[in-house]
Write a protein that binds this ligand. Structure first.
Ligand code: AMP
Length: 280
């Protein structure tokens, strides 16, 4: 596994792969890797000749300085995990080297980013868009892998790829969960053991809401809210039904049948958690 810290050194690798006609699968991450990340890596490994993973805690996508500071980092452990997965190259830049100057642009993803995470974390998806556009330019991947856990991010990346005509396929991978149902997340390392148990109730709430997916969506939401009200440690930021492609919030009885999802963001022990459940 090659490890590259400076973007200037990527070019010779990428050109070499291009010359040999090798397909590159790319998994962008912020590190503090867990099994959820590794599932993306394994899918990329199975579908491509070359696999590149990036680890970069992108300051541009943090609207909260404290969240950026507290974000878990463990590069040496991550390196070991990726070595075992047999990836070809790990790109782990420092923020200063990656952004030599302050970004002048902001990307507006319109209605795709106007609700949920986009509303709660102003500037977040602009930062996601800028970092991914840069990484896609640097690496020219044929496929890029993203987790359904960050459902709105998938919709944003699809919009970015379509509107800026990046020649790559966006692959959405299922959310990987603990046995308890808790969606794996780097942020879970900041929860106590009992916090992790409590956090698993978020998934149960999503399942309750999803049990009404074929009928009145509002009824499902109410069921989930009532269930979560039994756990005062959890503070809900939002709980919404959305269309998975447009990320628009759905009414109680949406007109046409779309791929929809129930999405939640909640605080527990000072940690912000998000999850969702997709219903066809
Ligand atoms: P992050 O390091 O949190 O930016 O995540 C990097 C990628 O891994 C994103 O595409 C996430 O959606 C994905 N990911 C994070 N957690 C999970 C999970 N539990 N299951 C599947 N994918 C995940």
């Amino acid at each position: 596994m090659e490890i590259v810290h400076q973007k200037e050194f990527l070019k010779s690798f990428v050109q070499g792969w291009e010359r040999q006609g090798k397909s590159v699968g790319f998994v962008p991450t912020m590190g503090a890797l867990h099994e959820g990340h590794l599932h993306l890596v394994r899918k990329a490994r199975a579908e491509n000749e070359i696999v590149v993973v990036s680890i970069f805690v992108n300051p541009l996508q943090f609207n909260n300085a404290d969240d950026l500071k507290k974000y878990p980092r463990n590069l040496s452990r991550d390196q070991e995990m990726l070595e075992k997965e047999g990836i070809d190259l790990l790109f782990a830049p420092e923020a200063d080297g990656f952004y030599s100057s302050k970004a002048l642009i902001a990307i507006d993803f319109g209605t795709v980013s106007s609700g949920l995470e986009g509303q709660m974390r102003p500037g977040h998806f602009s930062g996601v868009g800028i970092v991914l556009a840069r990484l896609f330019h640097l690496l020219s991947p044929r496929k890029a892998y993203f987790g359904a856990k960050d459902l709105q991010q998938v919709a944003v990346v699809r919009a970015l790829v379509r509107d800026l005509d990046f020649q790559l396929e966006v692959v959405r991978c299922p959310t990987h969960r603990e046995e308890s149902g808790l969606a794996m997340s780097s942020r879970n390392t900041r929860l106590s053991d009992s916090g992790k148990q409590t956090a698993a109730h978020l998934y149960q709430a999503l399942q309750l809401a999803a049990s009404e997916a074929g009928g009145d969506l509002q009824k499902g939401k109410t069921k989930a809210m009532d269930f979560l009200s039994r756990f005062p440690q959890i503070t809900i930021e939002y709980l919404e039904w959305v269309d998975c492609n447009t990320m628009e919030i759905l009414a109680a009885h949406p007109a046409q049948s779309q791929e929809k999802a129930i999405c939640i963001a909640a605080w527990l022990e000072g940690v912000r958690l998000i999850d969702n459940l997709i219903v066809d």
